[in-house]
Write a protein that binds this ligand. Structure first.
Ligand SMILES: O=P(O)(O)OC[C@H]1O[C@H](O)[C@H](O)[C@@H](O)[C@@H]1O
Length: 467
């Protein structure tokens, strides 16, 4: 059977294969042990998404925690991951368990642990939880006696919506009546993103806003491939904007009124520029190693530092907490900002884009064109290579021993190894090769000022790796 591990973001498993009630009990006991070792009189929030059986996996966790004399706050309804993180901080809880497999296929489920600071658990914490898992697997799980009196129920939607709307410039929406097409992708954004936009005076049309544990036959991941319906509908009526969130609403998705998908890289640099101009500077911004260097250029122009982290929002979270970062974002579709919890929030990101569109009275594409005319255009792309285990190991070995001093005719200037291998090339180009921490594949990323050079870099790297 597959080992229980906490990857880039929590433990994920296939329902009824490794994600079973028995294994959820083991992980819940491991989290209970960690929480009891770490906090005095612990209080833990439990949230869950719309996936198959999520509420029942959540109930099992509540039983285990209460049997360990831990006070549980159990959400009455499915709830977005960022709202759970927000509740942890607001209610001064010791942490939260969120039952979700985020944007993974429908047959997955998972557990995210969010500690007291309201962001993804860092590796030190998940290592301790995994040690507990291994011990419990050896010793066997003891009989449990749930204490229902320790389980309190709560509804958090209003508190979260109010607080999130306080981060938005409501005046920017006055008299604009933005027409927005919203796609929560059958996930936790249902009733959150649309409701927030209505309160801002927008005219909202929503699609895919009921529980479908099969996610309409797509991945609940807001990208080009999975949002064909939104991309079509948006062209048929006069919308100002299309917005989406993923399965647990921690990732964002933005579409231009003409049906053009706006990539996560573009959204992050659009908001970096917009926030600096409207909220003022801070000492830094943060991005992962895989995210566009456009962020660096914008930060540099304003005398701000751009911090590069490994992939995983847990690293961005540290910059938001310790480095006074104005915004932290990652290419996979996550961001948060100063003044909010250090957890990626697709709802907040979407609302900020709507604010920019309302305030500047421009479409996202027009805003991007303006920024690119100032800083220059950068083309970027990610290739996900699914391959056999042995080919993957061979490729990673080749990455470790990378000996080339040029790629696609560009000199290699710097080799960075904090997460896979990132090679900085001449002329603002770079590439990155790393193993995914959430799926069994190798990701190759590249960026360049020139579209043709970008393709050349990618194909040369692929060839070098033997993939
Ligand atoms: O590239 P991977 O290791 O698969 O990670 C991709 C993404 O997975 C999850 O969504 C994490 O929350 C993100 O922080 C991460 O960027």
């Amino acid at each position: 059977m597959k080992k229980i591990t906490f990857g880039t973001d929590g433990w994920r498993g296939v329902i009824a294969d490794d994600f079973t009630f028995d294994n959820v009990k083991i992980v819940a006991q491991a989290i209970s042990d960690y929480v009891l070792e770490t906090y005095e009189n612990p209080k833990i929030i439990i949230g869950y998404d719309y996936r198959f059986h999520s509420e029942n996996f959540a109930k099992i966790c509540a039983d285990i925690l209460s049997a360990n004399a831990i006070h549980v706050l159990f959400s009455n309804n499915p709830i977005p991951t960022p709202a759970v993180a927000h509740a942890v901080v607001k209610k001064e809880a010791s942490g939260a368990i969120m039952i979700t497999a985020s944007h993974n296929p429908y047959y997955y489920n998972g557990i995210k642990f969010i500690p007291h600071y309201g962001g993804p658990a860092n590796t030190q914490i998940t290592d301790k939880i995994i040690k507990n898992v291994e011990r419990i697997q050896k010793e066997g799980l003891k009989d449990i006696n749930p204490d229902k009196d320790l389980i309190e129920y709560f509804d958090y939607k209003e508190v979260y919506l109010n607080d999130i709307l306080n981060l938005i410039d409501k005046k920017a929406f006055k008299g604009k009546q933005l027409k927005v097409l919203v796609n929560p992708m059958y996930g936790c954004g249902i009733g959150y993103i649309d409701e927030a936009l209505r309160r801002l005076g927008c005219d909202v049309k929503v699609i895919n806003n009921w529980r479908d544990p099969l996610f309409g036959g797509h991945l609940p991941e807001p990208n080009l491939e999975n949002m064909k319906d939104l991309l079509e509908i948006i062209k048929t009526e006069e919308f100002d904007l299309g917005l989406a969130t993923d399965g647990d609403a921690d990732r964002f998705g933005v579409v231009n009124p003409d049906g053009q998908f706006i990539s996560a890289n573009e959204v992050i640099f659009l908001l970096t520029d917009y926030l600096i101009n409207t909220r003022g500077k801070a000492s830094s911004v943060a991005r992962t190693v895989a995210t566009t260097s456009m962020i660096d250029k914008i930060a540099q122009k304003h005398g701000m530092r751009c911090i590069e982290t490994p992939v995983g929002f847990k690293y961005i979270a540290e910059c938001l907490m310790k480095e006074d970062a104005l915004i932290g974002g990652e290419e996979s579709g996550g961001l948060s900002i100063k003044g909010h919890v250090p957890e990626k929030d697709g709802i907040l990101a979407d609302l900020l884009v709507a604010e920019a569109v309302a305030k500047l009275e421009k479409s996202p594409k027009e805003i991007l064109d303006r920024i690119e005319s100032e800083y220059g255009k950068l083309y970027n792309k990610r290739i996900d290579v699914r391959t056999t285990h042995s080919k993957k190991q061979e490729a990673l070995e080749r990455v470790k021993n990378f000996g080339k001093d040029s790629i696609a005719g560009l000199k290699c200037l710097e080799y960075r190894t904090r997460d896979g291998l990132k090679v900085i090339l001449e002329d603002e180009s770079w590439f990155l090769v790393r193993a995914s921490g959430t799926e069994d594949l190798i990701r190759i990323y590249a960026e360049s000022k020139d579209a043709k050079t970008l393709e050349n870099i990618l194909s040369e790297v692929k060839e070098y790796l033997g993939l």
